[in-house]
Design a protein. Structure first.
Length: 328
């Protein structure tokens, strides 16, 4: 899809963060634990997607609110990685999150703080910056949680503002995702738990998931569902297509940003050829590659390209399709 490469991609992260990571030999309560030197990365769903896209050769513009010293640090970290930034100045300081890897148990602990509240004028300015971008982007990717002060239908407002000229991708959950679906989006990327909550279901077999997904698609709420299932791989659902990708047996160094890397790899692949089967294969490879990177370092391109050969994708014919075959 040459159009994507020409007109570009914009991500919007309404609740960004500076992600600090470190390691300790072991965790012990009420004890002063000596940590390794802290490493800091720019963070937040859309920002992570933009970071991976940049590594893969696509310049995505990242819109985000930024305040205080951590907001300045976030911009500096993004500039170091060469990501095109569109920061919106806000009054409150940008949050900082913490990830700790325990060396003896090889467990990862993630401490995620709430974002500082945004005022009405601040979150509205983020949408205005998005509307001002010319030429209109082929894809708008909105990802992550909402801080206090931002209305629950924020992603719905974003979708309504962009859907006429851009394909909108939303990676969110719960009521925030439902607000976007009410406006109709191009693609969503829930994990299994998020999708079960969205579809009000507990089943996890492929046919049940496909039928639930097609009910959303049939109502015009979404065109493509990329359902990430961790070590079990992923399931891609459209009106006429259902594809199942296997998971890869990887012992994770970190799980931070695996979903964002999955989404970025999919979009990168769509930008290369537009084929959903190939995009799903790269999505699983990208998400798996993130598991090999420490802290919040995300997917490395060399790992993604190496792992993609290990991902197999097969079509699934749902039970409904079997019982109602199309006339030949």
């Amino acid at each position: 899809m040459v159009e994507i490469l020409r007109t570009g991609i914009v991500t919007l992260t309404i609740n960004p963060a500076v992600d600090a990571s470190t390691s300790v030999k072991k965790m012990a309560p009420f004890t002063k634990m000596r940590c390794a030197p802290a490493h800091r990365d720019p963070g937040g769903g859309g920002i992570n997607v933009a970071r991976v896209l940049k590594r893969l050769g696509i310049d995505a513009s990242a819109i985000y609110p930024a305040g205080g010293a951590t907001g300045e640090m976030l911009g500096a970290l993004l500039a170091t990685e060469g990501v095109r930034c569109i920061p919106v100045p806000v009054q409150n300081a940008t949050r900082e999150d913490l990830t700790v890897f325990v060396e003896t148990t090889r467990e990862q602990f993630r401490f995620v703080f709430p974002g500082a509240p945004l005022g009405d004028g601040e979150w509205q300015q983020c949408l205005e910056e998005l509307k001002r971008i010319e030429p209109r982007p082929a894809f708008v990717i909105a990802s992550g949680s909402l801080p206090a002060g931002v209305p629950e239908d924020f992603y719905g407002k974003l979708t309504q503002a962009c859907r006429a000229h851009s394909k909108v991708i939303v990676d969110a959950s719960g009521r925030f995702l439902r607000a976007a679906l009410e406006q109709g989006v191009y693609l969503i990327k829930p994990n299994l738990r998020e999708f079960q909550e969205l579809a009000a279901m507990t089943a996890s077999d492929d046919n049940a998931l496909i039928e639930a997904g097609r009910r959303l698609i049939g109502r015009g709420q979404v065109e493509v569902i990329a359902l990430s299932m961790g070590p079990d791989g992923a399931l891609l659902i459209t009106r006429d297509l259902a594809l199942r990708a296997n998971g890869l047996p990887i012992e994770p160094v970190s799980v931070s940003g695996a979903g964002d890397s999955f989404l970025a790899a999919m979009v990168w692949s769509l930008g290369s050829n537009g084929d959903l089967e190939t995009a799903l294969r790269y999505g699983v490879a990208g998400g798996s590659a993130a598991l090999l990177s420490p802290g919040t370092d995300l997917c490395r391109p060399q790992d993604m390209h190496r792992l993609v050969a290990e991902v197999t994708v097969r079509p699934i014919i749902s039970q409904t399709a079997r019982s109602n075959p199309t006339d030949e």
